[in-house]
Design a protein around this ligand. Structure first.
Ligand SMILES: C[S@@+](CC[C@H](N)C(=O)[O-])C[C@H]1O[C@@H](n2cnc3c(N)ncnc32)[C@H](O)[C@@H]1O
Length: 296
């Protein structure tokens, strides 16, 4: 257990896990769900970078876990994996109204009225949930039916062997449709399903549809992560790459610029990964300045 509490998951530049490592210096850094620094890896080298100004004498804090999640979800993960109760500025708000609202958005249900973006709270008699914006009621029965349909589809996915991309794609699309109807538009589960769809659609080279889902995830990423979070930078990067592939040069420049603005802070500018990103942005800019002259 002592090893698990002090070890770190080594990831590649795109935060895909590669293995586990013990870094004696990095393992003295404590956790916060609102960290002022991030840990990224350049090969086997662990690098901690500040993501905001850290005043002299203040403690450097990184996040040990996925920070997109309700306070209860984060606290559970920290308790189970690292055996402590977090008291960071986000966690001390547990069960305060703002925190209940936040968890109802991130992990709760959507209003029956599709145009309403209110959050739902469970009624005291447990018969269902009421939208806190428009007052519409959603019954427990309706929620349970949709949730069990999603569960059944997820079970099919777990029982499937890999390699059947088209079948997996069609199941994820069904799950996404059900979640769109069940979950709040800023739901993390819906965001994760869309991320799975983006990954598969990129594997089957359907850039157009991958981009459509990627664009849907950006506002959710912007909401659930702080401004300088590597995952937000990487999502802008994915959007930019897809736009570039589809010939949407101006949009690609915008997305790649947003990616660079974030990732130069979290990843530095010296790695091969960042050099490639900066080169793509240069290429897109060069193409944009060349294109109008073609129309002359
Ligand atoms: C990688 S170690 C961090 C350094 C450790 N605090 C030390 O003094 O060696 C991880 C452990 O530190 C403690 N820890 C880290 N962040 C904490 C926090 N925000 N609040 C309380 N304990 C924390 C937990 O016991 C956790 O399992």
């Amino acid at each position: 257990m002592q090893l698990a509490c002090n070890a770190h998951t080594i990831c590649d530049s795109e935060l895909r896990p590669l293995g586990t490592g013990l870094y004696p210096v990095i393992s003295i850094i404590n956790h916060s769900c609102l960290p002022n620094a991030v840990l990224v890896f350049e090969g086997r080298l662990g690098v901690v970078r500040a993501v905001q100004h850290i005043p002299k004498g203040a403690e450097v804090l990184i996040s040990y876990i996925e920070t997109a999640g309700s306070t209860m979800t984060r606290q559970k993960a920290l308790k189970e994996q690292y055996l402590f109760t977090c008291t960071c500025p986000r966690c001390i708000k547990l069960v305060q109204f703002e925190d209940i609202k936040e968890s109802s958005i991130l992990e709760g249900y959507r209003c029956k009225d599709e145009r309403c973006s209110g959050f739902l709270l469970r009624d005291s008699d447990d018969r269902g949930f009421t939208c806190q914006q428009c007052g519409l009621f959603k019954s427990m029965e309706e929620i349970k039916t949709k949730a069990s349909e999603i569960k059944a589809l997820s079970n099919i996915l777990t029982s499937m062997s890999s390699g059947n991309n088209q079948k997996v794609l069609s199941i994820y699309k069904k799950i996404e449709k059900l979640q769109r109807n069940l979950c709040h538009p800023f739901s993390i589960s819906l965001m994760q399903t869309r991320d799975k769809l983006i990954k598969i659609l990129m594997e089957v080279e359907d850039w157009r549809e991958a981009l459509a889902y990627c664009r849907l995830t950006i506002p959710v990423y912007q909401r659930v992560y702080p401004g300088f979070h590597p995952l937000l930078g990487l999502q802008h990067y994915t959007c930019g790459k897809l736009e570039w592939l589809l010939g949407e040069t101006e949009n690609a420049i915008k997305s790649l610029t947003k990616a660079v603005d974030i990732l130069r802070i979290t990843h530095g500018t010296n790695s091969l990964f960042m050099k490639e990103l900066l080169m793509k942005l240069e290429e897109a800019r060069a193409e944009a300045s060349y294109k109008p002259s073609l129309q002359d």
